[in-house]
Design a protein around this ligand. Structure first.
Ligand code: NDP
Length: 383
């Protein structure tokens, strides 16, 4: 069995931590050959010293000397945004795992594809913003896009390559911390309450997205591109226990589901070892303690993110990038206590309503729409 040589972008984040755990757990199948982060020198240096990755990248160029001083060996060092693209093209790497929050992963993703490396994608922004361009580029170059997001990884496992027989893709959502909060109380929820996810421990942006359900909205669009299934066949069901990670209903009416504890090491490992299943130290489900699995229809009226995402995904073009960018600005404003929770949806709705969608955009048009939406959203939240 081949040992996969992986470049990890976003090494200091929550997915980065889980990826390093997986690499430690299955060293015979996975080797970290590159590590990149934005500015967290301490954490990046610890990861590098531990894995002895031959290449390291720090986007914040002002801290490069500090990084050098903390390294106990002499890897190749890349710096800045251009360095991020360079490390994504690293000679000898088989796969680039992208776990960068925000849009900075898009260029490196295209560079990795161009140099023939498979992509393992955690960053939703890549497929939401540029699903058409990225999937087309991967197809042209004959490289694979392997989903790391637990829901898409679950669907990928259930599909096992049979996309033509799919009737519906059913994404599960925990419902977040406000699953049962009455609509009128959403106005008053605090940042601390929104950051308390009931079942997953993740970075702050995605945790707020889980509370608004924008996370699930982004995932609907991601699923549409990853599996080539129309938006009208991508559905969401609330499943508070986060044990069933998603489901696929096939043409014959049978539904397959993937189950495991909510630990990102499961999907990360499968993305790396696919199509093999490899023994590890992760705990399997203990059914004696799992006494119920519940499912419910989302509260579409109270949590407008799902309908906004369906609209963006159906319109396509630049609208998903606009939704994503406006949401990023609104989430940052909420985290900085400048707007209230429901204003996240209001900001995104306002910016989407005023956007003139460009169909089949190239990268330039996507990035221009992204910038436009950020400026409009900043105006709306009065940043
Ligand atoms: P975190 O906020 O925990 O970590 C973000 C990582 O991205 C850090 O390593 C950070 O570096 C790096 N980063 C941020 N900005 C840049 C930049 N401009 N250039 C290079 N690196 C950058 O995020 P998560 O790990 O939670 O999420 C990462 C992505 O994965 C997101 O897109 C999220 O939606 C997705 N995802 C996350 C899941 C989870 O369980 N956490 C589950 C499924 C998907 P630094 O520390 O130096 O700032």
């Amino acid at each position: 069995m081949k040992r996969k040589r992986v470049v990890l972008l976003g090494a200091t984040g929550s997915i980065g931590d889980s990826t390093l755990k997986v690499a430690h757990d299955i060293p015979e199948r996975m080797e970290i050959v590159g590590l990149a982060a934005n500015s967290n020198v301490e954490k990046l240096a610890i990861a590098a010293n531990k894995t002895r990755a031959p290449a390291v990248c720090l986007v914040d160029e002002r801290k490069i000397d500090l990084l050098r001083s903390k390294l106990e060996y002499e890897p190749k060092i890349f710096a800045g945004e251009s360095g991020l693209c360079e490390i994504a093209k690293l000679d000898g790497a088989d796969m680039v795992l992208i776990a960068i929050v925000g849009t900075a992963g898009l260029h490196p993703a295209l560079d990795a594809i161009e140099t023939g490396k498979d992509l393992a994608v955690a960053s939703k922004e890549i497929l939401v913003m540029a699903g058409e361009a990225v999937t087309q580029a991967a197809q042209n170059r004959g490289v694979k896009i392997l989903p790391v997001d637990s829901e898409h990884n679950a669907i990928f496992q259930c599909l096992d390559g049979r996309t033509s027989e799919v009737r519906r893709i059913i994404l599960t959502a925990s419902g977040g911390p406000f699953r049962e909060t009455p609509r009128e109380k959403l106005e008053y929820v605090t940042v601390e309450e929104a950051l308390k996810h009931p079942t997953w421990n993740m970075g702050p942006k995605i945790t707020i997205d889980s509370a608004t359900l924008f996370n699930k909205g982004l995932e609907m669009i991601e699923a549409h591109w990853l599996f080539g299934v129309g938006m009208d066949r991508v559905e969401v069901v609330i499943h508070p226990q986060s044990i069933v990670h998603s489901m696929v209903e096939f043409a014959d009416g049978s539904t397959l589901a993937q189950l495991s504890y909510s630990n990102m090491c499961f999907p990360i490992q499968y993305a790396v070892t696919w199509p093999d299943r490899v023994a590890n130290t992760l705990p399997p489900l203990d059914f004696s303690t799992l006494n119920k699995l519940e499912f419910a229809i989302p509260r579409y009226e109270d949590f407008p993110a799902l309908n906004l995402a369906r609209r963006a995904g159906e319109a396509g073009g630049t609208l998903p990038a606009v939704m994503n960018a406006a949401n990023e600005v609104a989430v940052a404003a909420f985290l900085n206590r400048r707007i209230r929770f429901p204003q996240i949806w209001q900001t995104v709705t306002d910016v989407m309503d005023r956007h003139r969608t460009v169909a089949h955009p190239d990268l330039g048009a996507i990035l221009a729409a992204d910038q436009w939406a950020r400026a409009e959203a900043a105006r709306f939240v009065k940043l």
